[in-house]
Design a protein around this ligand. Structure first.
Ligand code: C5P
Length: 397
C-alpha cells in the first residue's frame, strides 16, 4: 500500500521520538521511502545516525547547511515527498506551525510544502490541555492539517491523560488513509454548511435552525474519497471535519464571498441553511426597550448562493448540488426549486418536526436530477453523505 511513496518524517524533540525510529522501520517494511528531518531538540533524544541507519537515507537537520542546499534545496525537499508527517509533534512545533514561523528547517519545510501534513502530537497532559495549545490545534485543523492521536495513558512524566503519542502502527494506518487514492483525488469540491447569522444589533441575530451535521458529514465523505474540500461554514454546533480547508463565516453575504473566493471547483454542494433575509439596517448599538413602542425590523433579501453558483456563465462547477428542506409536498416543491435555481441535483428532505430529522442523526432524502427522482431509504446522515459522495464520484467519471 505504501510502495513507491515517500514520507518526509519530521521528528520533534520529545521523549516519544524513540518511537519514531520504530515508525521509520514500519514504514520501510511497507515499501515507503522515508526522509528523516530532526529538529535541534530531537537530537537530544535520538541521534541523526540512528534515524539515518534505519531510513537508509540522509538525515536533514539544518536549514543553513550549504552542502544540503546545493544537493537539494529546502523547498524541493518539502515537495519531493508524498506526505509530511510530524512525529512527535511537540507543543512548540505545533505553535510554530499555527503561527506560520519558518525559523528552522522543520518549520520552513512545513511552511513551504504543497503536500498534506499529518501530525502525531506528544506532550504532557497539562500542556495538551492548555488553552494556547488547544487554540493552535483548532487553527491547524482549520488549515486542513491531519491529526493522529494523542492517546490517553501513563506518561513519561508520571502523569495520566491525553498526550501520549499514537503508536507507530496507528501512525502507519493514518498515513495509509492520508495517501489512499480515492476516486475524487485531485478534485476540488466546495461545501457550504451550517446556519448563517444575520445581525439585528450587536447582541441579536436571526438565523435558521441548523446543526451543520449533514454538511459536515458530506465534507468528511468527499474528503475520504480523496477530494480536496473547501468547507465554508456558518456558526454550526458540530465541529468541522479534519483534513479539509475550513472557512468560517457568519452571514449569507460573507458565505457567498467565501464561495466565490474558493472557486474554481468541479463540484459545489450547498448544504448550508442560509437565512433568506437579513435586517436591512443593522443597528450599531443595542436596540433598547423603551417600554412604549416595539422595534420595527425591515428586511432585505440575502443573495441565494446556490442559485448564484448554478447560474454562473463562466467557471460554473460541473456539478452543483443543493438541498430542499420542506415540510409539505416535498417532491413537488423540490423539483420546482431545482428548476428555479438551475442546480443539477437537489436532495429533498421532509423536515417536519415529526420526522426528527432536524438536529437528529438520520436523514431520509430523495435525489432529484434531470433524469427524475430517486428515493433513498432513511439512514444515518453519515451514510447519506457517503452515498452522495459516491454518486458525485460516479457522475464526474
Ligand atoms: O430556497 P431554499 O432556502 O429552500 O433552498 C435551499 C437550498 O438553497 C440549499 O441548498 C441552500 O444551501 C441553498 N441556499 C443558498 N443561499 C440562500 C438560500 C438557500 O445557497 N440564500
Amino acid at each position: 500500500m505504501l510502495a513507491g511513496k515517500r514520507i518526509l518524517l519530521i521528528i520533534g524533540g520529545g521523549i516519544a521520538a524513540f518511537k519514531s525510529l520504530d515508525l521509520i522501520r514500519r514504514l520501510r517494511e511497507r515499501g515507503a521511502a522515508v526522509t528523516p528531518v530532526l529538529t535541534r531538540a530531537a537530537e537530544e533524544f535520538v541521534t541523526p545516525l540512528s534515524a539515518s541507519a534505519l531510513a537508509g537515507e540522509k538525515v536533514y537537520t539544518d536549514l543553513f547547511d550549504l552542502t544540503d542546499e546545493a544537493e537539494m534545496g529546502h523547498i524541493e525537499l518539502s515537495r519531493a515527498a508524498d506526505l509530511l508527517v510530524v512525529a512527535p509533534a511537540t507543543a512548540d512545533l505545533m505553535a510554530k506551525m499555527a503561527g506560520g514561523h519558518a525559523n528552522d528547517l522543520a518549520s520552513t519545510l512545513l511552511m513551504a510544502t504543497d503536500k498534506r501534513v499529518l501530525v502525531a502530537p506528544a506532550m504532557n497532559v497539562r500542556m495538551w490541555e492548555h488553552p494556547a495549545n488547544q487554540r493552535n490545534i483548532a487553527t491547524l485543523r482549520g488549515d486542513g492539517i491531519l491529526f493522529v492521536g494523542p492517546n490517553e495513558g501513563n506518561m513519561a512524566c508520571g502523569e495520566f491523560g491525553p498526550g501520549r503519542m499514537a503508536e507507530p502502527l496507528e501512525i502507519v494506518a493514518a498515513i495509509e488513509a492520508a495517501l489512499a487514492d480515492g476516486p475524487l483525488k485531485g478534485r476540488h469540491v466546495v461545501v457550504t454548511s451550517g446556519p448563517t447569522h444575520e445581525p439585528i444589533d450587536p447582541v441579536r441575530y436571526i438565523a435558521n435552525r441548523s446543526s451543520g451535521a449533514q454538511g459536515t458529514a458530506i465534507a468528511r465523505a468527499l474528503s475520504a474519497l480523496g477530494a480536496d474540500v473547501t468547507f465554508i461554514t456558518g456558526p454550526a454546533t458540530v465541529p468541522p471535519p479534519e483534513g479539509v480547508r475550513v472557512v468560517r463565516v457568519e452571514t449569507a453575504r460573507e458565505m457567498l464571498e467565501a464561495v466565490q473566493g474558493a472557486l474554481p471547483a468541479e463540484v459545489a454542494v450547498c448544504a448550508a441553511a442560509v437565512a433568506d433575509w437579513r435586517v436591512a439596517q443593522e443597528s450599531q448599538g443595542k436596540i433598547k426597550k423603551d417600554g412604549k413602542s416595539l422595534p420595527k425590523l425591515e428586511f432585505a433579501e440575502n443573495p441565494d448562493i446556490l442559485a448564484t453558483v448554478s447560474q454562473m456563465t463562466e467557471g460554473r462547477p460541473t456539478l452543483v448540488v443543493g438541498f430542499a428542506a420542506e415540510t409539505d409536498d416535498v417532491i413537488a416543491h423540490a423539483t420546482a426549486k431545482r428548476a428555479r435555481k438551475a442546480c443539477d441535483w437537489i436532495l429533498a428532505n421532509d423536515v417536519s418536526p415529526a420526522t426528527g430529522i432536524m438536529g437528529g442523526t438520520e436523514n431520509a432524502v430523495t435525489l432529484i436530477a434531470e433524469a427524475g427522482a430517486e428515493d433513498w431509504p432513511r439512514m444515518a446522515k453519515d451514510q447519506v453523505a457517503m452515498r452522495l459522495a459516491q454518486k458525485i464520484a460516479e457522475a464526474l467519471g
